[in-house]
Design a protein around this ligand. Sequence first.
Ligand code: ADP
Length: 184
Amino acid sequence: MHPQRTLQARRANIVTLDVDAIVNAANSSLLGGGGVDGAIHRAAGPQLLEACRQLHGCRAGQAKITAGFRLPARYVIHTVGPVWRGGRDGEPELLRSCYIRSLDLARPHAIRSIAFPSISTGSYGYPVEAAAQVAVATVRAWLEANPADPMDPAGPTNLDVTFCCFSDNDLAVYESLLGPSAPA
Ligand code: ADP
């Protein structure tokens, strides 16, 4: 375990988190929606929609970045999760890709703390237990694959990752996967 690296789950409204980047579970238009997307746009203000218009959409499994505007977070990473169609339509691979592509934006933007909502598990219908397994395994593997670089203090070595859960049930699911003290 790297002492400057944490991986944790907490229950919160993601728009309140004072981290470098929050991840938005957006839809492919990137022009706003319900759930966490709506909450982020309301809290960030109308400039976020203007910035999203310049991005010309985003495919499932991909991620694009904007400023955070009125949010405490400096950046919003917009990713599009898969719609759950029973699990045999590439959903786990697309969900995995959402986490990887989002994390890959950390180093070029000097992001040292990032919070993810439970992507796809709201209106897109992905069962939270299965989605959380993908989320935790993918983030752990990414952190291992992006090891310490003492010459790059802003690099992902020092990335703090939070799984931001919106319900007690979701929090319990993530905590059971992370273990009680949740070291990375
Ligand atoms: P998707 O379309 O990817 O399923 P949703 O926004 O419908 O996205 O749901 C994704 C997750 O985000 C769900 O677990 C939902 O409860 C949660 N959520 C909704 N609002 C917030 C919020 N303000 N902060 C954190 N999580 C949220």
